[in-house]
Design a protein around this ligand. Structure first.
Ligand code: CA
Length: 225
């Protein structure tokens, strides 16, 4: 899952990025409205955390620009404490949820999970695919009830494909959503990663669509692909 963090207070931004990184998210951090505006138009995010008071361009304007242009990713708006006007304006501008500062990191994580879950059409914090269960709150995976030993990168891969189960995910899209930096994105590395995961979960669940990408096919679930 790739998240854009827009927050001009650098300590808060770094705290959020650290917390999200520890829970298997890949983060881009920007500190002003113009850069945020640009990223929202050029990158594909699974969610955005958006502070409203920003230098260069305020958060509400950024959000309205995105929505007017049809950018539909879920947005969690950070507001000043006690400012109900901020909340109302934020929601009306196209925000999906809000959180007043100062906030508890656990609450931010829970709200983010809920936003991503809803946007991908899931209702539970546990994603299931046949014998595979992914707990989005604990960032853990079990196979037939037993903990599966996986690396952070393998978790990010499984999380993205399980959130998008039944849909063929293109290689470039997959790499964008699981790698921190552009340098580590390579087709060969991705193939090696897929081979490793197949050895752990079995080849049936994770299928290759030649020339298109990868798909999680869950037994008993309609395959939209
Ligand atoms: Ca601010």
């Amino acid at each position: 899952m790739r998240i854009l963090i827009v927050e001009d207070e650098e300590i808060i931004a770094a705290d959020i990025a650290r917390a999200l990184g520890g829970m298997g998210y890949v983060c881009d951090v920007v500190h002003d409205g113009e850069e945020a505006d640009f990223r929202g138009f050029t990158e594909d995010y699974d969610a955005v955390i958006l502070d409203l008071g920003l230098p260069r361009l305020d958060g509400l304007t950024v959000l309205r620009n995105w929505r007017r242009a049809g950018r539909g990713f879920p947005v969690l708006v950070l507001t000043a404490r006690g400012s109900w006007q901020d909340k109302v304006e934020g929601m009306d501008a196209g925000g999906d949820d809000y959180l007043a500062k100062p906030f508890e990191m656990e609450e931010l994580l829970a709200r983010l999970r809920a936003l991503i879950r809803r946007s991908k059409g899931h209702s539970s914090i546990i994603l299931e695919c046949g014998p595979l269960r992914l707990d989005t709150r604990a960032a853990r995976v079990t196979l037939r009830g037993r903990p599966l030993a996986i690396s952070p990168l393998e978790y990010r891969f499984l999380s993205y494909l399980m959130h998008n189960a039944g849909r063929v995910v293109a290689r470039t899209e997959l790499m964008e959503h699981i790698h921190d930096d552009i340098d580590s994105r390579s087709e060969n590395a991705l193939e090696a990663l897929v081979a490793r995961i197949r050895r752990k979960i079995g080849a049936d669940l994770l299928q290759t669509r030649r020339g298109m990408g990868y798909v999680m096919t869950c037994p008993g679930r309609e395959d939209e692909a």
